[in-house]
Design a protein around this ligand. Structure first.
Ligand code: NAP
Length: 321
């Protein structure tokens, strides 16, 4: 919380390592939503303008560029994940605000439902049968007889849980602090983590990457999975121990994995996930930020700050999300 009314600061740099056309779209839409502000690409600012900028809007910024903004009070990311910002800029004295957008949560829940159905209706197995020109009916189980476990019950996880629940799946979820969510059995703590692995037919990770979650999903948990369980990772790649995940797929502890996020992105050409018959690789597309709605949210946050001096809830740098 910032209590004193802030001075109007005219130039807000947009700092981002994104394609030029995307950067132009962000600057153009943000400017449209905030006609009283001057928002310009970082590279267009003079050294003096960089020195006095108090607010920046960022999308995967180059830390060296942010280092030139020596008067920053806060930065607003237009992305939801902040592990890179926290690790690269967490020791700087400004607040980090991340994108919390209901539209992003809807997009993610739609991806979670789509790929849960892909596993639920055995699409990888039918695609393999077709390749072999083999006419074979696999056993069918109703959604109501399946349990989907969601790891991470934040903005994205809660919406995904509600979407899966409306579709008829039994939904259980796990988070750091114990939640109370209608129609979702909520778990927390180490025992809760083991339980969600034991009970789920399909596991969906929507966990952020923090020092506590790095490598958290490993052999000791995969070995608890139900026979034929499926795994979806739409949170962050490094939350999963990749070698252990491959072992779990090869040994049959897991039946199939849908992976949208990886420790190294783009996924290197020689990565074993590419050619693995039990893996579906997606290029980090499950929930892209919507430039229109994200710009409106950033604009509303900035307006509130200008009018009242209040910042939106910022990232807890110690916790890492
Ligand atoms: P969020 O609101 O911060 O929620 C994070 C959830 O994870 C919370 O429920 C939190 O528990 C839980 N959590 C964090 N650390 C934990 C730990 N050590 N043990 C157990 N639970 C833990 O984040 P969000 O907006 O839902 O986004 C989640 C992640 O999705 C982002 O961080 C980003 O990495 C990823 N993402 C991916 C895409 C994509 O396209 N693939 C797009 C957007 C975002 P509490 O509720 O107790 O705090």
């Amino acid at each position: 919380m910032v209590s004193s009314r802030p001075e109007i600061q005219k130039t807000i740099p947009f700092v981002g390592q994104v394609p030029k056309s995307e950067l132009e779209s962000w600057v153009s839409l943000l400017s449209e939503k905030m006609p009283n502000e001057s928002i310009r690409p970082f590279t267009d600012l003079s050294a003096e303008e960089r020195k006095i900028a108090e607010i920046a809007i960022v999308a995967n910024p180059d830390p060296d560029e942010v280092a030139e903004l020596t008067s920053l009070k806060w930065v607003h990311s237009v992305w939801a994940g902040v592990e890179k910002l926290v690790s690269e800029l967490g020791d700087r004295p400004f607040e980090i605000i991340r994108l919390v957008d209901p539209e992003l949560a809807r997009t993610m829940s739609d991806a979670v439902l789509s790929w849960t159905l892909y596993l639920h209706r055995d699409m990888p197995a039918y695609a393999a049968l077709q390749k072999k020109r083999q006419w074979e009916e696999l056993p069918f189980t109703r959604a109501s007889d399946k349990t989907v476990g969601i790891l991470g019950l934040g903005n994205l996880g809660i919406e995904a849980a509600s979407c899966l629940g409306s579709f008829g799946f039994n939904v259980i979820g796990w988070s750091r602090s114990l939640k109370d969510i209608k129609d979702v059995r909520c778990l927390a703590g180490e025992e809760g983590l083991k339980e969600i692995f034991k009970k789920s037919d399909i596991l969906v990770s929507l966990l952020p990457l923090t020092p506590q979650t790095r490598g958290l999903l490993s052999s000791s948990l995969f070995s608890l999975c139900k026979d034929g369980a499926g795994f979806i990772n739409f949170g962050r790649g490094a939350v999963v121990n990749s070698r252990d995940l491959l072992k779990a797929l090869d040994s049959g502890s897991l039946n199939h994995a849908v992976l949208d996020v990886f420790e190294t992105e783009p996924l290197p050409q020689d990565d074993p996930f590419w050619g693995h018959e039990k893996v579906t690789v997606l290029p980090h597309i499950s929930a892209p930020s919507d430039i229109g709605t994200a710009s409106s949210i950033v604009a509303a946050n900035l307006r509130t700050y200008r009018e009242t001096g209040t910042l939106p809830k910022s990232v807890d740098k110690k916790r890492g999300y």
